[in-house]
Design a protein around this ligand. Sequence first.
Ligand code: NAI
Ligand code: MG
Length: 350
Amino acid sequence: MKTTFDIAVLPGDGIGPEIMPQALAVLQAAACHAGVDLRCESFPWGAEHFLRQGEFMPTDGLATLRDFDAILFSAAGHPEVSDERASWEFVFQIRKQFRQYANLRPVRSYPGVPTPLRGNPAFDMLIVRENSEGEYAGPGGVLHREWENGVAIQTTVLTRAGVERIARHAFELARGRRRHVTNVTKSNAILHTMRFWDAIVEDVARDYPDVTTDLLLVDAATMKFVQAPGVFDVIVTTNMYGDILSDLGGALAGSVGLSSSANLDPTGGFPSMYEPVHGSAPDIAGQGIANPCGLILSAALMLRDLGQGEAADRIEAAVAAALAQGVHTRDLGGRASTAEMGAAVLQHIG
Ligand code: NAI
Ligand code: MG
């Protein structure tokens, strides 16, 4: 079995370079326990690089990343740089060129961390978001923009191959969890694309008789997130619904600073990228108070996909233990610094 992995590290901007050392220390400690050798190489790319060099990454940046087993990324963004350019010329380049069609966003509650929900219910769900087509595919246009007869059209694109591969990935993941998949859809109102989506998800479900399924309209899903988040296991949904639901999920968990994610090419043809859901948080950058847990948990997702499930479990348990112990950064209502939060997690790695 492979025990040496090459990891490309992208600390990015803002709080990124503050939280990355914490995540790397935890990652290396867990890897060391598992007898795994992680060779990490760091690249200073992003919006601050753009301010210095006039580009977000070198022209051969993607070719450089291509050779790594995985990418660990914080976030890109700087107040003096266009967010649109940072997204399209850097982050989306990696996601799109490396065919990262599956976006995984785990959403869970942690004992000791208050949620905004009455009674602090426990929940643990995994949102599997289609990441390459759907509502964000792009085709469309505007006619007579400034005129009374103006028309704007933006077309959702779903392909059988695209829906089938994300559905299959969701059902595979459910087998490692509580074996339930909820298809979040809107086929009562969006008759062409979403009925097509539902039919393909149903087809795929037949190949997984050991996994139960249900179907929920996205509007009903938002209510259930708030009223009974504990009922969800795996959610499979489209690009836009997944985007919206995962932000709702992040808020339910208590802070975006706890949310992790993976952008996967499940075929393994390209390296996958693991990153917290939050951005570069320029409002708190440089103060040493950012929560490193979202990035630390993203590193755990990376280890799991590299076949190091025990090391991943160890990191997730260490984060939960540190939070339960009451070590909380300011976003969670506590006073711990980035370094103190990281140190508490590291201590529980053992
Ligand atoms: P943001 O996630 O950076 O911040 C939103 C709020 O959450 C802020 O008040 C921030 O202080 C707080 N926050 C975020 N992460 C935190 C953490 N780890 N610990 C404690 N508090 C935390 O989102 P915002 O402000 O909309 O974007 C800031 C920049 O980040 C922009 O340039 C944006 O384009 C970029 N961005 C980049 C992403 C990426 O690279 N994938 C994703 C989202 C935003
Ligand atoms: Mg979003």
